[in-house]
Write a protein that binds this ligand. Structure first.
Ligand SMILES: Cc1cc2nc3c(=O)[nH]c(=O)nc-3n(C[C@H](O)[C@H](O)[C@H](O)COP(=O)(O)OP(=O)(O)OC[C@H]3O[C@@H](n4cnc5c(N)ncnc54)[C@H](O)[C@@H]3O)c2cc1C
Length: 404
């Protein structure tokens, strides 16, 4: 049976993440929301602390780079609460502090989880300590990631990459970008591979940074690749085009990153609920967990409904991560967690603005900011609609060609 309480071995990490969120992220949250595109230098110190904890082994899975598919066997033969679970729990705590700042944490990019998911052991070692962004989306390709048109052509012992990627989180600040490109478009999705492209590569150019509704502390870049030459050993995983395996290799990344994004929504929504509960109590609204919602005030009943939704999202997120730790296929659960947390995250944060009235809408509190920040979590790493499509396909046993 799965026990979804915080495992004892992760409690210290979760507590530390909460302290960091409260004492280091919250105080600079509004500043970097206003100063979009300014680099949050305070994060350098924080990243150095996390590096130190990771090296000492006391911060297993303290961020996006912690996720794994192929951890060494657990000798105990029992269930394992490993790096995936640690990552989702610490990320939720950090996003209780600030989602945009979490997304800007050096060396904790979504590209780092891609590397952790599909790189060979030799590559894992070579890329240790890098900060990697993730570039899939193109001007003509968003949700349908199998139809990307960026190309990679082998020329001697290098690949030559050509194409354009947009909406790359940390695309300007990261040291490298994990780029999805096709080796041969006529072979379909099986030919899509990912490449680690270093920032100093002369063929790669950051064209612009976007202005956004939320997560303004995080930079979002449009990047072009023009005859961008990368060493052949920077193709992640195997260069073979296995038509039978299809897209599975590249998609494995999502099984690890979707629970992380769900965790961000869980953390941001929790922040809104905690503050709203305080504001309601100050206004004299009593929330009684021992009485049915329908006999309480409308505000209390709404709050109880939001908390129930939050709990569903949190449990699904922990389940998806726990399954990855225990090497059980979790594509279905990862999409369920992302769909539920993305949707209720937006609903909760916006409903909290409503419950707090004009105070919720004003910049006096962070409620309005959290409602803006949470929206992206229902869009990137696969939108709400795409997650539901994946869940439906898995439950009905249909292929992507049969249900689109
Ligand atoms: C702030 C920000 C950061 C981002 N960071 C990254 C990043 O780091 N790396 C990266 O590669 N990308 C990133 N993205 C891009 C993001 O992943 C895409 O925006 C997302 O995949 C959706 O693609 P799209 O915007 O082209 O929308 P589209 O795919 O055009 O979809 C538009 C709408 O149609 C719906 N829709 C599409 N297909 C279907 C279908 N078959 N059935 C039902 N509904 C459907 C979608 O759900 C959506 O509501 C980021 C985007 C933003 C805004």
């Amino acid at each position: 049976m799965i026990n979804l309480e915080t495992p004892r071995k992760h409690r210290t990490l979760v507590d530390q993440a909460h302290q960091v969120a409260m004492n280091m992220l919250r105080p600079i949250s509004r500043k970097y929301d206003r100063e979009e595109h300014a680099y949050p230098q305070e994060l350098d110190l924080l990243a150095a602390m996390i590096d130190g904890l990771s090296e000492s082994g006391s911060a297993e899975g303290a961020g996006a780079s912690g996720v794994r598919r192929d951890e060494a066997e657990d000798d105990s033969g029992g269930v394992r609460n490993g790096a995936n679970l640690a990552s989702v729990m610490s990320i939720a705590e950090m996003c209780w502090g600030d989602t945009g700042l979490l997304l800007s944490m050096p060396r904790q990019g979504l590209g780092n989880s891609a590397i952790a998911s599909v790189a060979t052991p030799e590559q894992q070692e070579r890329y240790a300590g890098t900060w990697a962004a993730m570039a899939i989306t193109e001007p003509s390709t968003g949700s349908d990631s199998a139809s990307i048109s960026t190309t990679a052509r082998l020329d001697g012992d290098e690949y030559v990459i050509n194409g354009e990627k947009i909406y790359v989180t940390s695309g300007e600040r990261a040291d490298s970008v994990v780029v999805w490109a096709t080796l041969d478009k006529s072979l379909g999705r099986a030919a899509i591979k990912s490449f680690v492209v270093r920032k100093d590569n002369p063929g790669m150019k950051v064209e612009r940074l976007e202005h956004k509704l939320g997560i303004r502390a995080s930079d979002t870049a449009a990047i072009t690749f023009t005859d961008c030459r990368v060493p052949a050993e920077d193709l992640l995983g195997s260069p073979d085009i296995d038509v039978k395996q299809g897209f599975a290799g590249a998609m494995a990344t999502f099984d690890n990153t979707r629970p992380l994004v769900a965790a961000m929504a869980v953390g941001c929504a929790r922040a809104s609920l905690d503050l709203t509960r305080d504001l309601l109590e100050q206004a004299g609204v009593e929330i009684d967990y021992d009485r049915p919602a329908q006999v309480q005030s409308a505000a209390a009943a709404t709050f109880l409904r939001l908390e129930a939704d939050w709990e569903g999202a949190q449990l699904l997120t922990m389940q998806a991560a726990w399954m990855a730790d225990n090497r059980r296929p979790n594509s279905l659960e990862a999409s369920m967690a992302k769909a539920k947390a993305g949707r209720v995250g937006s609903d909760i944060t916006l409903s909290c603005v409503q419950l707090a009235g004009s105070l919720g809408y004003s910049e006096v509190e962070l409620l309005e900011k959290w409602s803006r920040d949470s929206k992206i979590l229902d869009i990137f790493e696969g939108t709400q609609q795409i997650q539901l499509l994946i869940v439906a396909r898995r439950l009905l046993g249909l292929t992507s060609a049969q249900l689109r």
